[in-house]
Design a protein around this ligand. Structure first.
Ligand code: TRP
Length: 362
């Protein structure tokens, strides 16, 4: 079976380091591995509207920002189809049929939905569209017969729900859909990169993000104000790694080569950690090292972004082409789905002839 990737992001803001280590960096590696026959990366504007329906301009603005982030991170339109969800009406149509295969209580039990309902104060007045988004996400995945869905840990309940829908569909109507597998970041820390304040996840509303599009000065300022060990007051004090954001970021980004280049006093991250815990290593020094490490990754991204920013019509053209390819693919699956569901009346010659023969015999 050929391997196909589908994944995506809601365009509610520019992408940050959490998106990058959680999924984007991996997508670029997967793209360049040559192992996948088709790759679809979706800007999930319709899904973003399920909890931003009253603010469509926010979504509209961020489509181009997310596209620029994708391209600058290294997604290559000659290998990867980047497309806009709402442009593919087939996805909505699939959702409508999948809705029959899922119970209300199953949706309400989805852990991701439960947390999000709390976060949004929706608990007492849940918009149907929002509750329904796991079904819509199953359509996104299955429309492309995706085998592989690179996502962060928080999306696992979505994948589970999609697999259930696939099984239910296939057992009810016949084997048409493919059960997708999640592909998680290989590094645990990358699944949940905390914000610069050390709190929870990076999130725009908490103002604790480092964006892929931040300038070198912005990155440096944010790192310098990062949460570390509040009891590590003097350089000579022993420091703790527990909840120490700077070290968590180093876990996600530092490689041995970085030490030779930017911190020859330590061979690798283990040595640096050991020194910090022993005492005699100041936060500022570690932060300077982290800035160098981050810049190694962010500088090329920033440079590519600057190029794409000069040709915004070209970026829209990339989206348009990717969307056309995606639409053709989704249309193929939808017609298989409709045939399996016996609602392909006009495509089914036997149906029409059969009825004629039946009436002729009367
Ligand atoms: N729910 C995902 C997020 O919030 C975005 C998304 C929409 C997605 N459809 C998808 C991810 C399909 C993977 C597959 O980030």
């Amino acid at each position: 079976m050929s391997k196909i990737i589908l994944t995506g992001d809601r365009p509610t803001g520019r992408l940050h380091l959490g998106h990058y280590v959680g999924s984007l960096r991996r997508r670029v590696e997967l793209q360049n591995s040559g192992e996948y026959e088709k790759i679809f990366i979706m800007i999930a504007d319709a899904q973003a509207l399920t909890d931003n329906f009253d603010n469509p301009d926010k979504i509209r603005e961020n489509i181009i920002e997310v596209a620029l982030d994708y391209l600058s991170a290294g997604l290559d339109p000659s290998k990867t189809n980047i497309f806009i969800q709402s442009e593919i009406s087939e996805l909505t149509e699939l959702t409508f049929y999948y809705m029959n295969l899922v119970t209300l209580s199953r949706l309400e039990r989805n852990p991701t939905v439960k947390t999000e309902l709390q976060l949004r104060d929706f608990e007492n007045s849940i918009p149907v569209g929002f509750l329904n988004y796991p079904i819509s996400q199953a359509s996104d995945i299955t429309a492309f017969k995706a085998t592989t869905v690179p996502v962060g840990e928080d999306q696992l309940p979505m994948l589970e729900q999609a697999r259930e829908i696939v099984r239910k569909f296939n057992s009810t109507y016949g084997e048409v859909l493919i059960e997708p597998q999640a592909l998680l970041p290989d590094n645990k820390i990358c699944s949940r990169l905390p914000g610069t304040d050390g709190k929870a996840k990076m999130s725009k509303s908490l103002g604790n993000c480092i964006y892929l599009s931040d300038t070198a000065e912005e990155v440096s300022k944010k790192v310098m104000s990062m949460f570390t060990d509040p009891n590590h007051l003097k350089v000579s004090d022993p420091g703790s790694l527990e909840g120490n954001t700077v070290f968590i970021y180093l876990d996600a980004f530092a490689k041995d080569e970085h030490f030779a280049k930017y911190d020859p006093d330590h061979k690798n991250l283990d040595e640096l950690k050991e020194h910090y815990q022993r005492g005699g290593l100041g936060d500022v020094k570690v932060k300077r090292f982290l800035i160098n490490v981050l810049e190694e990754e962010l500088a090329p991204i920033r440079a590519r972004r600057a190029e794409f920013e000069k040709d915004i019509p070209g970026v829209y053209e990339i989206l348009k082409k990717g969307t056309e390819v995606a639409r053709a693919e989704a249309a193929k699956t939808l017609s298989e789905v409709k045939a399996a569901m016996r609602i392909n009346y006009f495509e089914d010659e036997d149906l029409i002839k059969g009825w004629q023969a039946k009436y002729d015999r009367r």
